[in-house]
Design a protein around this ligand. Structure first.
Ligand code: URA
Length: 428
């Protein structure tokens, strides 16, 4: 098989045979197909799509690029959650220990930041020492002792997604339904799950800007799961404005800890609860909401996260003392230019601003600055007076602040009155 021939065929709207897809993904994972050819292929897929059979072959090839876990001997129902990517979306971090505290097993393989969106792995790595690169034996041991684990694609776990994810991030090929669906499901199927709850983000800060695209993405993922015996339900949730108040890496860990202390912002807490209820229902646990509330009120969920942080090499003292997390050297307020009611707080602009500060990657090889980010003070429906801070920017390099500032200043619209739209838009 010849990579150029496959790229040209997909570019021209042709189909790839399952064996050709398998060859391509394997050759890319092992380095025979270089990044530049895979980048061209990703763009061809972005523009032309994959049909049902191509998508199934693509997902399985990604899954089989590394080890597939066999957790069948572990007692308990294994349920995970995955988000299609948002701004300030740290829901997985409080959710996993809350759900694990109720006895549901949560083997989680997450992703890094993509484009203007943040990634669970980058956030977790803001905890000093925390390792998200686990070999299958360690993954399993932590899961057995803690009932949950939070790892990433690695040399051994879904290596094809690790490479392709970073490549897509740097080549404008992220918002593609088949590429997102196969990326998510290759990781989830490698976890040997019983069930998955999908959080499909829709809106300005999401890859799917309209509800119909969100539905198509959800249904595509549900179908892939069904074909492999994994039950998937999806919540379509609003991502026009950031979730919670913090957009950054260390600051999102601190906000996640606040949720586990029962002191999190209302929207984030509500989303975590809604996703948690779905997860517990899939494990046939009764009174799911009160079980989750008890896990928080009793301190059990916080305790669970502390154990996982220690098991994954992180400094567990951050739980009691979030000031041990990295913090930026400088801060600056962006004031409201006029008085009124916030009618728009654009998650995409805020995500791009945070990325320019160093919270995300502009190029594949960029490193993340865990300390920088944005604290949002005014969300849709809030009344502000002229001069009052819309957000506080936490930065280390003044040059980066200059790049971020125009994005952030353009994020807010102040008008006459607005109600935030509902958080959960639909269930599938
Ligand atoms: N999350 C993933 O894991 N992959 C994507 O492509 C987008 C969101």
């Amino acid at each position: 098989v010849n990579a150029v021939e496959l790229i040209e065929r997909k570019r021209d709207g042709g189909r790839l045979a399952p064996g050709e897809v398998a060859w391509l993904i394997d050759a890319y994972s092992t380095g025979t197909v270089p990044d530049y050819q895979m980048a061209a292929m990703a763009m061809a897929v972005f523009l032309r799509g994959l049909d049902h059979e191509e998508l199934a072959a693509w997902t399985v090839a990604m899954l089989e690029s590394g080890d597939v876990l066999d957790l069948s001997d572990l007692p308990g129902v294994k349920v995970d959650k995955h988000s299609t990517g948002g701004v300030g979306d740290k829901a997985s971090i409080p959710l996993a220990p809350m759900v694990a505290s109720t006895g549901v097993v949560v083997p989680m393989i997450s992703g890094r930041g993509l484009g203007h969106t943040g990634g669970t792995l980058d956030k977790l790595e803001a905890i000093p020492g925390f390792s998200t690169s686990l070999d299958p034996d360690r993954f399993r041991r932590i899961l057995e002792t803690c009932g949950m684990v939070m790892a990433g694609q690695s040399e051994t776990l879904v290596p094809a997604d690790r490479k392709l994810y970073a490549l897509r991030d740097a080549t404008g090929t992220v918002p593609s339904i088949p590429l997102i669906a196969s990326s998510i499901m290759s990781k989830k199927l490698a976890e040997d799950l019983d069930a998955l709850v999908l959080d499909v983000k829709v809106g300005r800060g999401a890859f799917m800007q309209d509800l119909n695209d969100g539905r198509r993405l959800a249904d595509t993922i549900i179908d892939i799961g069904r074909a492999r015996g994994v039950t998937v339900t999806a919540l379509l949730t609003q991502m026009d404005q950031p979730l919670g108040r913090e957009v950054g890496n260390a600051s999102e860990i601190a906000e996640s800890l606040a949720v586990l202390r029962g002191e999190g912002p209302a929207d984030l807490t509500e989303l975590v609860m809604a996703l948690g209820v779905e997860m517990l229902q899939m494990a046939a646990i009764e009174e799911p909401r009160s079980r989750l509330e008890r896990a928080v009120a009793s301190g059990e969920a916080l305790e669970r996260l502390t154990e996982v942080i220690a098991a994954q090499g992180g400094d567990p003292r951050v739980v009691e003392n979030p000031s041990l997390l990295p913090s930026a050297r400088h801060e600056m307020e962006i004031p409201a230019p006029v008085s009124g009611v916030v009618t728009g707080c654009d998650a995409r602009n805020i995500g791009l601003g945070a990325m320019r500060l160093g919270a995300g990657r502009e190029r594949k090889e960029d490193s993340i600055d865990p300390a920088v980010g944005v604290t949002v003070h005014a969300k849709v429906g809030d009344r502000v007076d002229s001069g009052q801070p819309l957000c506080v920017v936490h930065y280390n390099e003044p040059g980066r602040l200059d790049e971020a500032r125009p994005w952030l200043e353009a994020a807010w619209v102040i008008g006459e009155g607005a109600e935030p739209s509902p958080l959960v838009l639909e269930r599938r």
